[in-house]
Structures are given as C-alpha cells and as structure tokens.
Write a protein that binds this ligand. Sequence first.
Ligand code: SF4
Length: 400
Amino acid sequence: MKKSELETMRKSFNTVKSRSDSIKESPSTKRLVKRVREIKKFSIENKDELINQLLESFSRNDIECKMADNSFEALKIIDGLLDEFGASVVAKAKSNTLGEIDLKNHLKEKGIDVVETDLGDRILQLKKVDNKPVHPTGPASHLNVSNITDIVNESLDVNVDPVPREIMEVVRKDVLDRLKYANVGISGANAIASEEGSCVMVHNEGNISIVSLKDLHIIVAGIDKIVPTLEDAISVSKLETIFATGNYVTSYMNVISGPSKTADIEKKLLKNMYGAERVVVILLDNGRSEAIDECLYCIGCGNCLINCPVYNAVGNEFGFNNYLGGRGVAMSKFIEDDETCFNSGLYMCTLCGLCTLNCPLSIPTNDILENMRKLSTDAGFYPKAHGKIRDNVSKNNSPF
Ligand code: SF4
C-alpha cells in the first residue's frame, strides 16, 4: 500500500475508534459480549448437531442447502446454478466468504459480469488494480475522496466533482442500471440460526435487500456462522456491528428464512412474488473443521485490525486474502497450508497482544501465532528479508 493510502486508512480507523469507545464499554455491550462468547462456545462444541438440525430446518423452509468441503466445490455448485439460470450478470453483496473462495475472479474468467453492490467494494472493483480491501466492513477506508473521484471518473467515463454525495449518486445509478440484467444475487450471511433455518444479514446501504430480490439468491457462509437460534444469530450480528462500526445496529437487518411466496389467491402457493423463487445456501468448510477452536470464535468485526500496530504500518500486506491481520494469518494455515501461513505474515506480528485486548471474544491471536511460529521454525521455515521461505528447504523435506 502507498504511504498516502496508509495515512488515509489510519485516519478512517481513528474516526471509528473515537466514536465507538463509549458503546463498546457500555454495560449492555458487556452483557452482549458475555452472551456471544457463550453462544460461540456452545456452537463450536455442538457443531455437528447444529448442522444436522439446520439441514432439517432449511428443508422445512424450502431452502436448498449444499455442503462444500472447499472453495473448488463451492464454486462448482455456483457455476451449476448460474448455468441453470442462464446468468450473465450477477448482483453481489459484500462477504468475506465470497472473497475467500475468490468468486469474483472466478466468474470474471467465465465472462460473467459480477456487480458489487456495496459502495466501498464497487469503488475497489472500478479501481481494477491494487484493489484488495483493507477492512472487512470498510473495504475502501484507505482511499480519500480525491482518489475515489479519479477512479470513478476514469472507469465510468464521467466528470463528477470530488463531493461524496455526487460520487455516491453516480455509482448508484451505474450499479442499478447494470442490475436490471441480473437474475441472480449472491451474498454471505452474518449468522445462521439452526433451529429456525434463518440467515441473518446486516447492512446499511439496503443493497442486500436488492440482491435477495433476484430470482435466485445464493448465500455462501462458513460453517462457523451457525448458531442455535435466531435470537443467538441476532446477538452475534449485533455485537459484530458494535465493534465494526461503533453503532448499536445497522440500518437494515434481513432475516431470510425461505423463498418469496404468497397464498393470497385461493390459498394456492405461488413463489417469486417479489423476492427470490429459489434460495440456495452453500455451507463452506474450507479448513474450518481442522481449525483450532479459538479461530472459530471470530465474528469478523475487524476491531483487532484497527488496533494492530503492524496492520497500521503495512496495511493489507499483513494477512491472507481478505482475512486480514493476525487472525487472517492464523486462518490461512487451515484454509490453505503452512507455507501460505508463513508467507501471509506469520513473522510480521510483534506479539504485542493488542489484538487480543481489543477483540470482543478475547481471541488470543498473538498466542496462536506464537505457537504457529514454533511449529514453523521446527519445520525449517524462518523469516528472511521480505519474508520469503528459505530457499534450501524443499517441500519434500518439510514436515508440513
Ligand atoms: S479476531 Fe476478534 S476483533 Fe478480530 S475480527 Fe475476529 S472477533 Fe473481531
């Protein structure tokens, strides 16, 4: 990342920090933190039972559910569904899981126009190069209004002034024009309720509502998003909102529990009234079953990032794909392999522990990375200039 981008990112992070401190420290947030920790503990310890219950609930609700062991399987399922619907344009909402499986690039290679509906993500998409997000909920926090104006003017061939409202309006019109041709929407989920078979999604822009109104709504979520009940799913989503944005709630909270339907004419069931006629949920494992429990407590708020000295110094070079910072480095070991973990910045971490102190779930990311370093060193990996793997360690000799 450029120096100016890092400065803008740090400024954005400071704005979030200053506005959120009192909410994070409030008695109700402290109670919520305790509750969510218990919910996640129960969910991790009863993962298989919750998955089985969820499959029954989805079936009762007419939601199709498919399990994917890895990114390849998830993308194959999505390809099949898009072929069925003859989709050439897809409406996409912001989702770390969709970033994890690299959906956008995969569909781009197949000639499908993926339209990001979140403003920050859309700006990065228009940027075309060096467009990795810098935060799970503030993907373009490193770009100032002048950078964004240049990106929008160049890529949309317009001449907008560097005024946030004008930029927003131009991008919104372009996105909505493109979405007229989309019959499929793809999103993630913030949490999934096993008992009710409901997917909870929080957002401020209203874009997930648009995505869910397409004929087919595909939801891709990690198995770590499953919690026992709808109340639990809302608690998790609320805590994520508090620590990601400094607000108690987002403007919108969608709860999707089935396809759009009506029985208002002679009690005959008709689907696809306004929303999707088919809802398909893809539950992604991708290393989660192998991950250590503490990694699965994460709710994706990104509060560890804004307080991480290394992240503030180097930005999104510290982390794995769109799983940024120390927690991303830890997850890369399970999603990919030890070599990826090493190259994602295993030795960049200062082990200062600020991530743990600022994590609502107290995930001991620094301890996790310290343990991973021991394994890494034992195996012959150690840091060198630019963090590359020691040349003379062949993969064959490595215990990884
Ligand atoms: S590790 Fe903690 S602070 Fe970081 S994103 Fe996950 S829940 Fe939030």
